[in-house]
Design a protein around this ligand. Structure first.
Ligand code: MF3
Ligand code: CO
Ligand code: CO
Length: 294
């Protein structure tokens, strides 16, 4: 429904926030303007890692449930309902709900929306791509993932962007090993994206995750060396979540974006298509492991 005459997204109507039963524990930031500063570590014990995996599994299953419902004609708010109901049915809290005032339980970002799209009365159309980003809070831990899905039949350009963004995440994950600098991840992702002339979003990054939704640790998806040289250590948990764009940035590789007046939705300034994939991972003795698998 809400699209302008050129077919670009415009803000829709956001319905009321969904309720979470009182028996489900909330993250500390709910009902407050924002999270308290996180003073804990980005490294976790084996027990804690299993708890993050539990939250991550529920988030991944919620993404699967939403994906199964995707079809032209469904609204992004209907997708929010599916993700929300799945999580609360499994005693998890949808971490997005009430995070710095975010009004909905999942993020749905269509076509040129890079991230943080608010579910509303936008109707998905044949040929759209949609990013579904879900974070679950369970057993005191957050698990965070995102995937991009085609709606109906998409153009070859869109399908390529989606598959190459998925591959960029896979390569970023494979670059992780103890003793390496964290900036190896973005270097790997950016050099792959550049093969195709894609832009890499710089201003939104991966992040430490676990006890806190966003711990303060920043994981760039571009080559940030010599900055972000933190040495990767076994037990560290963070997300990798590259956002790649088709388009012709003036400065090769960079991406300009605009934020909507809703304070959340981020779109490419040239309205070019963008895709994202995200996993929560843990650094292991030999490499890394994904904690957000169904
Ligand atoms: N899940 C997003 C991320 O990957 C954050 C969403 S914040 C929200 O970091 F408030 F929009 F949910
Ligand atoms: Co994230
Ligand atoms: Co996310």
């Amino acid at each position: 429904m809400p699209r302008d005459s050129a077919g670009h997204l415009i803000p829709g109507r956001v319905g009321s926030s969904r309720r979470v039963p009182d028996r489900i524990p909330r993250p500390e930031y709910v009902g407050r303007p924002g999270p308290r500063p996180y003073t804990g570590d980005d490294r976790y014990s084996p027990d804690e890692i299993e708890r993050i995996r539990g939250a991550g599994r529920l988030a991944a299953q919620a993404v699967e449930a939403v994906a199964a419902a995707l079809r032209p004609g469904i609204t992004t708010d209907e997708l929010d309902a599916i993700g929300h109901e799945f999580l609360v049915a499994h005693d998890a809290y949808p971490s997005a709900l009430g995070y710095r005032g975010f009004p909905k339980s999942i993020c749905t970002s269509v076509n040129e929306a890079i991230c943080h799209g608010i579910p509303d009365d936008t109707v998905l159309l044949d040929g759209d791509i949609v990013k579904i980003d879900i974070t679950a809070f369970a057993d005191g831990m957050h698990g965070d993932l995102c995937a991009t899905f085609p709606v109906g039949d998409v153009t070859p350009e869109a399908a390529d962007l989606v598959e190459r963004t998925r591959e960029a995440l896979t390569r970023g994950i494979r670059s992780v090993a103890p003793g390496r600098e964290l900036n190896v991840i973005g270097r790997t992702i950016e050099s792959y994206a550049r093969r195709f002339g894609y832009g890499v979003v710089r201003d939104y990054t991966g992040h430490g995750v676990g006890e806190a939704f966003h711990s303060g640790l920043v994981v760039p998806h571009y080559d940030a060396a010599p900055d972000h040289a933190t040495l990767l250590e076994p037990g560290m948990v963070f997300t990798i979540e590259p956002m790649l764009t088709i388009g012709t940035p003036e400065e090769p590789g960079t991406v300009d974006w605009d934020e909507w007046d809703d304070g959340w939705t981020v779109v490419t300034r040239d309205r070019s298509l963008t895709a994202q994939f995200e996993h929560t991972i843990v650094v292991t003795e030999r490499g890394s492991e994904i904690l957000t698998l169904p």
